[in-house]
Design a binder for this molecule. Structure first.
Ligand code: AHG
Ligand code: MN
Ligand code: MN
Length: 343
């Protein structure tokens, strides 16, 4: 649903807090700190192509810092915005091998933050859409420093999830388990405004999204499914259109709005695919389910997988419910007849 009223993200979160199970000011402050980090990353993304020339100038003028890669910058910015607020007991970042503990001098809070600071890093230098993905859990350990157990929770326990998509505009897509809202950034006033409320994914789409360069390594079942999507049908539902950005955030964002299916399957070379369960698949799955879509690893619901390792990977099939169900049927070998029409 498109929105006419002027509402900032802070206002919207505050107004919706009463309805949310997380009805504490602490949760709102956590999100305010996180959106600050996202605004800073968005600014840096917009200047990315200038980093070398501006960076050299800044380095001589200010602190002598060397220009950092954007993904390291994004990681550091989120950590610096989040480690001192007293809301978190531990963090995990796709960019960091180890868990990130809260420095001794700061208070520990009841939440856990997991994030992929810069998603789509291979697209940074070619001016193609990139993103930031995050998810928030309530801690399960009692008090003090957070533990591995706090980080390795199944996705259905997320209390909030979202991503920022730095595209033709910067949007923040967000859920606390009460539907999906989209906020669009106005850099001239430094605010995210609510632009779409309670977004619903189409029941079926016209787009499929997968790295088809890997087709030779796919299972025969997956090859049959994608072949089916490309085969014209009498009712003109097929062939589907192919879109593949190579930034999960961008491919998921299009899938959320236009429908269809985004896949990063396991294959002969990478049996578990490429995407990471806790940093990418879980927040994406929560958002898509909250919008009425479906997210599985081909068999199991993503949100019910118990993570055993921080950087573990999972195959991902996500999007319109009818499309994902159809993909799963193909993967089970329940092959559908491929109707071909003469061109
Ligand atoms: P990241 O940049 O955080 O490492 O993630 C990259 C991921 C994901 O965004 C995208 O869907 C996928 O890599 C693309 O992988 P391929 O280049 O193998 O298609
Ligand atoms: Mn990523
Ligand atoms: Mn990343």
């Amino acid at each position: 649903m498109k929105v006419r009223k002027l509402v900032t993200i802070e206002r919207h979160i505050a107004e919706n807090q009463a309805m949310s199970p997380e009805a504490s000011g602490e949760f709102s402050r956590l999100l305010r700190d996180l959106t600050l980090a996202i605004r800073i990353i968005a600014r840096e993304v917009r200047r990315a192509g200038l980093a070398d020339i501006l960076g050299i100038t800044e380095a001589t003028n200010v602190s002598g810092d060397v220009v950092r890669k954007l993904d390291v910058f994004a990681h550091d910015t989120i950590v610096r915005a989040m480690d001192h607020g007293g809301h978190l007991c531990i963090m995990a970042s796709e960019e960091a091998e180890e868990l990130i503990h809260i420095p001794e001098q700061y208070e520990r809070g009841k939440y856990v933050l997991i994030f992929d600071p810069l998603d789509g890093s291979s697209n940074i230098d070619v001016n193609v859409t990139i993103g930031t993905i995050f998810s928030v859990y309530r801690r399960v350990s009692d008090s003090g420093d957070g533990t591995l157990e706090d980080v390795l929770q199944p996705g259905y326990k997320q209390v909030a999830a979202g991503y920022a998509c730095y595209g033709s505009s910067t949007v923040l897509v967000y859920t606390t388990g009460n539907g999906v809202d989209i906020f669009t950034y106005d850099p001239t006033v430094g605010e995210f405004f609510l632009t779409h409320e309670k977004v619903q994914i189409p029941k079926r789409g016209k787009y499929y999204s997968i790295n088809e360069g890997n087709a030779a390594y796919w299972s025969p079942e997956l090859q049959r499914y994608v072949q089916y999507l490309k085969t014209p049908s009498e009712d003109k539902q097929r062939p589907y259109k192919l879109r593949y950005v190579g930034t999960a955030v961008a491919d998921v964002h299009r899938t959320l709005l236009y429908g269809g299916i985004f896949m990063y399957p396991g294959d002969k070379k990478s049996p578990k695919g490429k995407l990471r369960l806790i940093y990418e698949a879980n927040p994406i799955a929560m958002l898509i389910e909250q919008a009425g879509g479906r997210a599985t690893d081909g068999e199991r619901r993503i949100l019910e997988i118990q993570p055993t390792e921080v950087h573990q990977r999972t195959p991902l099939f996500v999007g319109s419910p009818e499309d994902v169900l159809e993909a799963e049927a193909f993967l089970r070998g329940e092959q559908q007849p491929v109707a071909t029409v003469a061109s």
